[in-house]
Design a protein around this ligand. Structure first.
Ligand code: DGL
Length: 273
């Protein structure tokens, strides 16, 4: 039997998963969180399925040492490549970010034309298309890899002429197809929401899987009777952050997008797990 007051484990290849953490903090403030960002091995988006699965398995082992009661795979690439396999290897309830985003997109579209912007790995896995078609068989799902978006976000160029120019080049193809719904299929991309929204125009609905994932996590915890009933105090180890490299840089970035004050980020050797 899992302990209700145990933390939720959340992981990503780096800082992108913090957009999911931010939503969990907003929607289920009673929950403690242990976050792991694999900053030494980022990006996952250009690596093979085998490598991403091995990395994800190591992270799950680390999160198990933190006695988490549920795990959120807050990385689209790891959700696409590894989730099916790693969730079978433990009793801890696990959710990824792809299914929630796919479901909302399928429910949102009117003309059936859905765009997915993501890493190369996620686009090539066609996982969004697979899940969307389970709900809406006649949907036309078009994926577009946007590899330069991740470094632009990490450099803090969230609203910048350079980002506008690159985004236009990536997105023109999707505008020409006439999509009415666009999934931000990489955990870094919600931070570029205003740039992407400006280019796509008002007729296109942007889907942020982070929001839906936090909602589904709350439903899952409720179903399993695992919701924490009491709000822990902020200092009470409520939010703990671990990375595999560059703790100071991570902390600066995290503090710029999460307003709760990241007290510390510790480095661990993930290869030991
Ligand atoms: N967090 C990854 C994702 O959501 C993007 C960064 C990476 O390539 O590792 O796919």
């Amino acid at each position: 039997m899992m302990n209700k007051s145990a933390p939720i484990g959340v992981f990503d290849s780096g800082v992108g998963g913090l957009t999911v953490v931010r939503e969990i903090m907003r929607q289920i403030p009673n929950e403690k969180i242990v976050y792991f960002g694999d900053t030494a091995r980022v990006p996952y988006g250009s690596k093979s399925k085998e490598t991403v699965t091995r990395y994800s398995r190591q992270i799950v082992r680390f999160l198990q040492t933190q006695e988490v009661k549920a795990i959120v795979v807050a990385c689209n690439t790891a959700s696409a490549y590894a989730l099916d396999e790693i969730e079978k290897e433990t009793d801890i309830p696990m959710i990824g970010v792809v299914k929630p985003g796919a479901r909302v997109a399928a429910e949102t579209t009117s003309n059936g034309k859905i765009g997915v912007i993501a890493t190369e790995g996620t686009v090539n896995s066609h996982i969004y298309s697979r899940y969307i078609k389970e709900i809406k068989a006649d949907a036309n799902v078009v994926g577009k890899a946007c590899p330069l978006f991740v470094p632009l976000v990490e450099e803090g160029l969230l609203q910048d002429p350079v980002t506008d120019e690159i985004a236009k080049r990536y997105l023109t193809e999707l505008i020409d197809i006439g999509i009415d719904t666009l999934i931000l299929g990489c955990t870094h991309y919600p931070l570029l929401r205003s740039t992407v929204g400006k280019i796509m125009g008002e007729g296109v609905t942007l889907v942020n899987p982070a929001y839906e994932t936090a909602r589904e996590l709350k439903e899952l915890l409720d179903r399993e009777e695992l919701l924490n009933e009491e709000e822990p105090k902020l200092g009470d180890n409520k939010y703990r952050f671990y990375v595999s490299d560059g703790a100071e840089k991570f902390k600066r970035f995290a503090n710029s997008i999460i307003k709760y004050g990241i007290l510390s980020a510790k480095i661990i050797n993930i290869e030991e797990y």
